[in-house]
Design a protein around this ligand. Sequence first.
Ligand SMILES: Cc1ncc(COP(=O)(O)O)c(C=O)c1O
Length: 280
Amino acid sequence: MHVLWNDQIVERDDVRIDIEDRGYQFGDGLYEALRIYNREMFMFDEHFARLQRCAAEIRLQLPFTKPELKKNLDKLIAAEKITDGEIYFQLSRGTLSPRDHRIPSFDEVKPVVTGSVIPYERPVDKQKKGETACLVEDKRWLHCNIKSLSLLGNVLSLDEARQKGYDDALLVRDGFFTEASASNLWFVINGVLYTHQDGNLVLPGITKLRLLEIARSEGITVKEEAVPVSKLGQIDECFVSNSIWEVVPVVNIDGKPVNNGKLGAITSLLQKKYIEWINR
Ligand SMILES: Cc1ncc(COP(=O)(O)O)c(C=O)c1O
């Protein structure tokens, strides 16, 4: 398997990461996950812009320009002969030895970049049948807008849902829904589409960005505001969005069917329009 290691495409077994790499020791780094359709990365510019913003937030200097990164990721896609798939890459701040919590200066460390790519077809069955979810307290940190390597909060929330027999976790902070364990969260109530506003409590999803535009252009009333848990009984539709799954309905919450356990009309429309937009 070919992977990206800094600016080279190498065999996976040839990668060497230091034991004091800060990504490994502290989760001190960032990542991105993008969709590949027809051999091309989808919405690369938007993902890169998010990466740049996150890098500034954690005071990490990106070791590449946008064209340099794109060239290397394109090489990886070609080396693995991927048509439809998922590309993941990450950057750690690099190695500081001996281990020290302080953020080193730019000339003390060199960020380490790794990336891999896998084939992945659109999850059509999941998009039709949906997933089940339960409410889980959002105990993550207060920088959920940073696509940090440290995903323990997300991992634990998903695990809590899985232990209870659900597919996913709908996170709740101070009585309001934030997002799902690895996706943005949406509700339809009385014909109005709701999703949590951007800010420090959710990841500003790239799929969310596009879905908001599509929904508005379809004449759907959209409110970017947090939905209180007290409105759970009034929810007509619920779905999650991320780059890899696109739009997936949540058909059962805490054991109670949503929209009789079926794909709802607005969710279905957004699924369709999003795919049309990709194909364009
Ligand atoms: C917590 C969280 N929220 C939202 C998203 C959706 O982001 P995007 O649409 O950019 O894939 C993700 C994707 O990984 C995520 O992990």
